[in-house]
Design a binder for this molecule. Sequence first.
Ligand SMILES: Cc1ncc(COP(=O)(O)O)c(C=O)c1O
Length: 391
Amino acid sequence: MQYSFDQIVNRYHTSSIKYDHPESFGLPDDVLPLWVADMDFPVAPDIQKALHEMADHGIFGYSDNNEEYFDAVHHWFLTHFHWDAKKEWLKKTPGVVFAIGTAIRALTNEGDAILIQRPVYYPFSQMVKANNRTLVNNPLTYENGTYSIDFIDFERKIQENAVKMFILCSPHNPVGRVWTKDELLTMAQICKKHNVIVVADEIHCDFTYSGVTHTLFPTLGEEFLDTLVLCTAPSKTFNLAGLQASNIFIPNKLLRDKFQAELNRMGVIELNRAGLLACQAAYTYGEDWLKELLLYLEGNLDLIRSFLSERLPQIKLVEPQGTYLVWLDCSGLGLSGKELNTFFGQKAKLWLDGGSMFGKEGASFQRINIACPRSILEKALTQLEAAIRTL
Ligand SMILES: Cc1ncc(COP(=O)(O)O)c(C=O)c1O
């Protein structure tokens, strides 16, 4: 191993959402934070070097995109996902949630129906509601410990509600599914048949566990490009969320122009220089770091899997195929959603994401972020075991 993911870096008092101010969430000071989706690992040294060079230069004026930026992004998606993106398709935004909100306003009208699949990353519904659109849910099916899609309900909901846009989470946060090519194709075909725009949020695309392959939506076929808004970012993969740079691809010129018009209305011109630099360095030099990170995360997953099955059989791991967010089925504890959150926060002193945030379907679940040094995860599991003994 070239990189050490075991190293514990103190993140307190760094204005970290994850670490600082547990009291504002009603949590004790000594709660262990394993919630919001950033990682407790320092970034790849080449990214840090690029940022140091920028800081050392000392002038932070308005900056423009450069040729190498697109080449780096393009090369990443070509080599990792066999996808040949065109330069003119790219729009850069300060975040994927920002892009989803922009796409909603640019490509649908107030009152239009937008489909999501709960339990899912909660800003999807927030964006739909905040923009006065109508939320339609095609809940995922949970059976025998795994999640799947009810395609009949998917199509029925689209037809009955005249759905205009579908926000796909691929891989799916929080349930950890990496959708198969067949599943994606079925959704793509149904959306095409009913002229539904697909906003594919593939921010977690680089996180797949051994033996699992992620299919990037645009590689499903040329025929699906015209109604696609593909949201990508280096922020999860390379731990750059605070630098706010994401790459949104819109192959259809009409949709792209509408998206751009919405960016113009918001006065968005160029992104933060640090975000662009970090993104370029990540996609240019980050390959080996990511390979090692994935191995380390797989080790953390092995730990949580064996700990739960040997020592905490009341909690079931929903086996993830991708992402570093692990969905825990806590129904065996027999607590309500609210009681579960109190138990985890106050008794076990673990700051996780309560499952009901992702929709009522998630009420008996908790989401734990395993992108931390293994010793922290061990500590968390031991705290959980001790708290469960008191129940
Ligand atoms: C599915 C998904 N989309 C988007 C985001 C956030 O993206 P951004 O910080 O670029 O808005 C997250 C963060 O956890 C996520 O899980």
